[in-house]
Design a protein around this ligand. Structure first.
Ligand code: TRP
Length: 336
């Protein structure tokens, strides 16, 4: 029997190159060998967008299109919609006794998101739903008895917390849940076009799969490079320079990258040439994805079918888990 992968994304916008290197690439690598379940986490997305539900619902099919366009095969992968698997919500409630508030506040991802919220809104906007989302993520993962969870490095604290919950659960109620393993790709995080540490739709420093050739060109030609380099014969910094970071990830012509790097260091190549070469590489990577994406436009019925049948299968798995969980917690009172 195949082992199970569970991973997912919040449908709050289109997917981008950051998602590709952090997680989609691993999913593609594993889809043949694992029973891969991909969750569109629309309930989790509401924890940050509860006042804007349309933003979430309108992005469900967009994310599904991105998945299929990058090469996730609907014949191999089960795509599930979180809001139609109420077992996840029930598991969340059942796990919530196993986590303290202070432990949630110490979760590094939650912690930095709290700081972001405070900077943005200055008042207290930490809802119960937001603070508890690591618990619901533990429910996502365990509902499908996942063995492996491929994610970007920012999700590592979520996995740690999930593992803690699972171990605590098993300790108290018996060996019911599977302890999942995290899988972090060789490039766990991609810098943004602006040089900020992370490519992120909320910062607006992304290259999306749906970006046109022109948009990509403009984005790359205005990328952040070495800020201390004013003339093309100034020696430049390659380390930490996003243009070179992208070259190293996406350009398969390693000779060319080496040549550009050594000329950049001694001031023998302009930023324009380095960026033009990068544009070519990225455009070559994205154009087949973009084309597949375009071919899915207007195929909503087909996309709905994929999501519906996947969700149905997901619900069957999750309901078995919930049944076992409730049994072990003596919550089968009326069944005896
Ligand atoms: N928290 C993830 C993100 O923001 C999305 C997600 C929800 C997820 N449930 C999951 C990822 C379960 C892995 C496993 O990207």
């Amino acid at each position: 029997m195949k082992k199970t992968i569970l991973t997912g994304d919040r449908p709050t916008g289109q997917l981008h190159l950051g998602h590709y290197v952090g997680s989609l690439k691993s999913r593609l690598k594993f889809q043949n060998d694992y029973d891969t379940i991909i969750l569109i986490a629309n309930i989790q997305a509401l924890t940050d967008n509860f006042d804007n539900p349309k933003k979430v619902s309108e992005n469900i099919l967009e994310v599904l299109k991105d998945y299929i366009s990058v090469g996730l095969d609907p014949n191999l992968v089960t795509f599930v919609l979180q809001s139609d698997i109420s077992e996840i919500a029930e598991l969340t409630v059942l796990y919530s006794n196993l986590v303290t508030i202070s432990r949630l506040m110490r979760n590094p991802t939650v912690k930095s998101e709290i700081i972001e919220k405070k900077n943005k809104f200055s008042n207290d906007l930490i809802t119960l739903g937001f603070l508890g989302y690591p618990v619901s993520q533990a429910a996502d993962i365990t509902a499908f008895m996942a063995d492996l969870v491929p994610v970007g490095e920012d999700q590592a604290p979520m996995l740690e917390q999930t593992i803690e919950i699972v171990k605590k659960f098993n300790n108290i109620y018996g060996n019911i849940l599977k302890v999942p393993k995290i899988y972090i790709s060789d490039v766990p995080r991609l810098v943004g076009l602006d040089g900020k540490s992370k490519m992120s739709k909320s910062i607006g420093n992304t290259i999306n799969f749906s970006d046109t050739t022109n948009i990509i060109k403009n984005k790359i030609m205005s990328m952040y490079t070495d800020p201390n380099r004013i003339h093309k014969n100034d020696p430049g910094n390659v380390e930490g320079n996003p243009v070179f970071i992208y070259h190293n990830i996406f350009n398969s012509n390693k000779e060319e990258v080496k040549d550009l790097e050594s000329r950049y260091r001694i001031g023998r190549v302009g930023d324009v040439e380095v960026k033009e070469k990068l544009f070519k590489v990225i455009e070559e990577f994205i154009s087949p994805i973009r084309e597949r994406r375009l071919s899915l436009e207007g195929k909503d019925k087909y996309l709905f079918e994929i999501l519906k049948s996947g969700t149905k299968r997901g619900r069957d798995i999750a309901s078995k888990t919930l049944y076992n969980v409730k049994n072990s917690m003596d919550l089968n009172f009326l069944e005896n």
